[in-house]
Ligand binder design. Structure first.
Ligand SMILES: [Zn+2]
Length: 115
């Protein structure tokens, strides 16, 4: 992998020449579902709120090479998932589903796809 700024070879996702870091797009997707349509989740990446995840929508943010934490919060429960972004990873997609509980819907992390 090479630096998008100056073209030098990256070391652990960071350019030794200009110190710019490789950015990888993380997409958190919630596919369309008839179940729990009105419920939205709050998504945190490394503790930062990146937005509300509604039915049939997705959220994106940039992450650097290394380990990151995704938290999807619903009323009843929160799910936590660690992801590891490698230097040759181009993008990461996390698929979130919903499972209905007695009172409210819970977020379920179905899959993490590294591309
Ligand atoms: Zn550079």
């Amino acid at each position: 992998m090479f630096c998008t700024e100056c073209g030098k070879k990256l070391k652990d996702g960071v350019c030794p020449n200009c110190e710019s870091e490789k950015k990888v797009t993380l997409t958190v997707t919630r596919p369309k579902s008839m179940v729990g349509m009105a419920i939205s989740f709050t998504v945190y990446v490394d503790g930062k709120d990146i937005g509300k995840l509604k039915n049939n929508t997705s959220l994106t943010c940039d992450v650097t090479v290394g380990e990151h934490t995704i938290i999807v919060k619903s009323l009843e429960k929160e799910v936590k998932q660690n992801i590891l972004v490698k230097e040759d990873t181009n993008s990461v997609e996390a698929i979130v589903g919903i499972k209905m509980g007695l009172i409210a819907g819970r977020a379920v992390l179905k899959d993490v796809i590294y591309k």
